[in-house]
Design a protein around this ligand. Structure first.
Ligand code: UDP
Length: 240
């Protein structure tokens, strides 16, 4: 029988910014390899892992909209395409160390990746494959955090693990105030009412409505991804 861990199926959200690290290019291969290694370790334990990857390291729709007549929807489509680049990079890295991985895109790019098909995604997970969801929700005006919440609910994953460049959610900006205190737990209510910049409102509300806990943690500390996936204490836990 499989060892029992806190989570059986998780949704790991990796932002584009986290993938960039301090590399001068958009992607730091040390980071993608670290993610691949830690994900490999937990899939071997039988925990099912799906990923949603961001694209902010390459293109963020909201910061380009308006420039040179670029409308928001067009800018957001470019942003969604950026997430596909990250997804393919991550897939190649995972497969280079022997983890079978499928990329599913929210809009069709059938020569490059599978289209998103919920049942097929679940089947991949059951077979021990990692599934990377790319192109966000497929809709402009949304974010990949919302895609993470949505896919998590759709595939019945138990938790959104949000990998970032900070240790969790602080009461103040830790970059400005070194005395800032890390919240170990927060309620959805606290996140929305205090306007803590954890996730956008659409994403956090979707988690709340579906009782999906969110764990915000630092991906740059070695072992943290593995810990988070195994359900060990790390970062900030947001729940009811
Ligand atoms: N995006 C979108 N719809 C989605 C998800 C993403 O239009 O459902 C676009 C949007 O322009 C966003 C970009 O893709 O700025 C990259 O995603 P995001 O900013 O969420 O990436 P992250 O902050 O995680 O790197």
């Amino acid at each position: 029988s499989k060892p029992s861990f806190k989570w059986r199926r998780v949704l790991l959200k990796v932002s584009g910014e986290a993938l960039a690290g301090d590399h001068s290019q958009n992607i730091d291969p040390k980071i993608t390899m670290a993610i691949a290694r830690e994900v490999a370790a937990v899939t071997r334990l039988g925990i099912e892992v799906a990923l949603v990857v961001g694209g902010g390291n390459i293109f963020r729709g909201s910061s380009w909209a308006g420039s040179s007549g670029l409308d928001r929807s067009s800018a957001d489509y470019i942003g969604m395409l950026a997430t596909v680049m990250n997804a393919i990079f991550l897939q190649a890295t995972m497969e280079s160390i022997g983890i079978p991985t499928r990329v599913q895109t929210a809009f069709r790019m059938s020569e490059v990746a599978e289209p998103y098909i919920r049942r097929r995604a679940v089947r991949h997970l059951e077979k021990g494959r990692v599934v990377i969801f790319a192109a966000g929700t497929g809709n402009p005006f949304f974010t990949t955090d919302t895609a993470a919440a949505l896919r998590c609910a759709e595939i019945n994953a138990e938790v959104v693990l949000k990998a970032t460049n900070v240790d969790g959610v602080f009461d103040e900006d830790p970059k400005r105030n070194p005395q800032a205190r890390l919240h170990e737990t927060l309620t959805y209510q606290e996140v929305t009412s205090k306007d803590l910049s954890v996730m956008d409102m659409t994403a956090i509300t979707l988690c709340q409505e579906n009782n999906i806990p969110v764990i915000v943690f630092n991906l740059n500390k070695p072992g943290n991804i593995e810990k988070a996936i195994k359900g060990e204490r790390v970062g900030t836990l947001i729940g009811a």
